[in-house]
Design a protein around this ligand. Structure first.
Ligand code: IMP
Length: 295
């Protein structure tokens, strides 16, 4: 397999903005020039395999062949012990076409209740991430990471994405949704899979500091990823609160620094709404964010 090197373009084979942002955080310090499959206009292949590894391979090879560049794909999900590993490879699909993880988390909670799983310390669960690096000639390598913990109900916290607000990692009492992004990355399944990827593929490349710490000023990409993953009103409220803190911390990076001009821009943005099927609070968060950014 050809080694990766600084300055090389690497396709992040995902259309999930939360995951693209997280993978970017991990590979940027190694000087890899990340471009997402969405930005390249590559279509999202159907996940037809029955394992995380099979689906990661399928996505990475499709993106590498479609772009002529090396591609990194992640297939990940939540496995709940008392549900025999469900939702597993169907984790994204449990959120339905509207990608509503409020609904998906509720389904997990109800299924756990159906198995009497809420007694004791909460049902055992783990996140799993399988990374696959593929080359345009079809050569591919996979790397796996897991984080174990338990579930809570109702969900807590507005950070992260997907099932984060109902997952408490071992050794902590907070959900991933209640942790700062950097705290989650320190222990996440994706970070652990990436550690295996790094040891095998990036060994010869010196990092230039962590992706989380090199960011200066406003991190619009992080906000975009969060807005695209919102699932509940509680998350939307936390998002608005973070947006307010961001205005105070990075006023110069905002287009509208007074409430009046901001509200006018928000109104224009909402009027442009295309009537998408996304939950209303996710549409609202995206509109608020768009209204705050320079054109
Ligand atoms: P896929 O890998 O794109 O098939 O989707 C994996 C799904 O698993 C995501 O859409 C989330 O629902 C869930 N998932 C994977 N990683 C995480 C995580 O770090 N936090 C919360 N949910 C996750």
């Amino acid at each position: 397999m050809t080694p990766l090197s600084r300055g090389m373009k690497l396709v992040v084979a995902s259309h999930n903005p939360g995951k693209v942002w997280e993978i970017n955080q991990l590979i940027q310090p190694y000087g890899l020039d990340a471009v997402s499959a969405g930005e390249l206009g590559l279509s999202e292949p159907e996940e037809t395999e029955m394992t995380f590894e099979g689906n990661a391979r399928l996505k990475a090879i499709a993106a590498a062949k479609g772009s002529g560049l090396p591609a990194l794909a992640d297939d990940s999900g939540l496995e709940v012990a008392c549900l025999d590993g469900a939702p597993g490879i169907y984790s994204a699909r449990w959120a339905g076409p509207g990608k509503d993880f409020g609904l998906a988390m509720k389904k997990v909670a109800e299924d756990v209740a159906g198995h009497n799983g809420w007694s004791g310390d909460g049902p055992r669960a783990n996140f799993i991430s399988v990374l696959c690096l593929a080359w345009p000639d079809g050569d591919a390598k996979v790397f796996e990471g897991k984080v174990f913990g338990h579930l809570v109900w109702p969900p807590r916290g507005g950070n992260g994405f997907g099932y984060d607000p109902m997952f408490v990692p071992e050794g902590d009492v907070r959900t991933f949704g209640e942790m700062e992004p950097a705290e989650k990355y320190a222990i996440s399944h994706r970070t652990r899979a990436f550690a295996a990827f790094k040891a095998a593929m990036l060994d010869g490349i010196a990092p230039t500091g962590s992706g989380a710490s090199v960011k200066v000023g406003r991190d619009l990409a992080a906000f975009e990823a969060a807005a695209a993953s919102l699932s509940t009103r509680v998350e939307a409220a936390a998002f608005v609160s973070r947006l307010k803190d961001d205005l105070i911390a990075h006023r110069a990076d905002w287009k509208n620094v007074t409430l009046e001009t901001y509200l006018e821009a928000l109104e224009r943005q909402l009027a442009r709404s295309d009537g998408s099927e996304e939950p209303a609070w996710r549409q609202l968060a995206k509109a608020m964010l768009a209204a705050s950014a320079h054109d």
